[in-house]
Design a protein around this ligand. Structure first.
Ligand code: ZN
Length: 148
């Protein structure tokens, strides 16, 4: 594929997540939830996890903001249900590393996240892409404190 075609495909994937975000739903009860805010862009995210014995059973992600932030949260909601918390942390770290210029490890199930690779060229937008994931990491850190 030509690089331009690939960019177009990536843009379409990001726009699809933006227009139809996965994991968007009302939060009834919230044992493990946090709000995130990116003041540089005005992006907001609410992340609520249903956790059972070390596994993410369900993930709610409600975003308002730019296409990059909404799409990244949507991809997160698609990827993390059913995964163990350690696996989710590993994925989050791999995503942060990718935003710093590294490649995803080949064996990792990173879904559509590679389509956000172009964002890392724009330093100010990296915070848009990582907002939902940083919020997720905060929830996991609190969970680990309580369960250690
Ligand atoms: Zn943004």
């Amino acid at each position: 594929m030509q690089e331009n075609d690939l960019n177009l495909l990536y843009q379409e994937t990001i726009l699809d997540h933006y227009k139809n975000p996965r994991g968007k739903k009302a939060v009834a009860e919230c044992d493990h939830c946090k709000n995130g805010f990116n003041p540089l862009c005005g992006d907001k995210v609410e992340v609520a996890l249903k956790l059972g014995s070390g596994t993410v059973e369900d993930a709610t992600v409600n975003s308002t903001g730019c296409a990059i932030s909404v799409a990244s949260g949507s991809m997160m909601a698609e990827l993390i249900p059913g995964k163990k918390i350690e696996e989710v942390e590993e994925l989050a770290q791999a995503f942060f590393d990718m935003m710093q210029g590294k490649d995803f490890p080949e064996e990792l199930d990173y879904g559509d996240l590679d389509t956000l690779e172009g964002v890392r060229k724009f330093h100010s937008r990296v915070k848009c892409a990582t907002l939902a994931w940083k919020t997720l990491q905060e929830i996991i850190n609190e969970w680990k404190e309580k369960n250690s």
